[in-house]
Design a protein around this ligand. Sequence first.
Ligand SMILES: Nc1ncnc2c1ncn2[C@@H]1O[C@H](COP(=O)(O)OP(=O)(O)OP(=O)(O)O)[C@@H](O)[C@H]1O
Ligand SMILES: [Mg+2]
Length: 219
Amino acid sequence: MKVMLCTHNSGGVGKTTLAVHLAGYLSEWGEVLLIDCDEQADSWKFFMEKEPEVPVDKGSARGIEVIANPERRSLKKLKVKPNQFDYVIIDIDTVLENTVQVILNADPNLIFVPLNRAHMYKSIDNLASVLEMLERIDGNPALPYSVVIVPLGIDKENIERELESIEYNSGKYLVADSMNDLSSKMDEAVYKDRKYIWDYVDLQDNKNYFEYLAFNASG
Ligand SMILES: Nc1ncnc2c1ncn2[C@@H]1O[C@H](COP(=O)(O)OP(=O)(O)OP(=O)(O)O)[C@@H](O)[C@H]1O
Ligand SMILES: [Mg+2]
């Protein structure tokens, strides 16, 4: 079971966008569970098209099991059996303490940290505190994971330059290749049409990007 978390302490940078598209892409390869730990429940609503009922709501759509889990209950408490799924994707809010809790509970293998053009300066500026948090937990050898920074419509070089000046940089952060700049179209896909970006006829090629993220970007 491969567990992937999408996190950043800035809002609107692409956590939900990545989570729903990774879930959609990976559902073609295996059993996928998407856990939405954000009270806003945007990933949940993408699939279920309705508000969740707290404290835990479960459903399934487009071949994906979805759980709304705003209290960030552990996989065990959610009654997810080890290896019940091939892939578990977790979406979360911007509170770093919540991310720490989810990392301790869910033991992810792969952590994606998105940054996008609309919030380029804020998301780059706040990257240091996200990496510091990940670095400090990663100090525990029981919790190994890869961290992949994902530039959405921003030049990869911008991020790499910034990383050089960050104190908490053990050199193990990978910066993925940049995704095409799709800002308003992606917003429409996730929040209006509730469609994967590759389901628009002229944007099918973008599926390759999620294949790359899921299988190649972490080295
Ligand atoms: N390839 C891309 N290029 C440019 N912008 C993008 C790209 N993909 C997504 N975005 C933009 O990034 C924003 C991401 O929104 P999203 O809801 O995924 O962020 P979030 O981090 O989950 O926010 P929140 O903190 O509110 O949960 C959207 O407005 C979208 O248009
Ligand atoms: Mg979100």
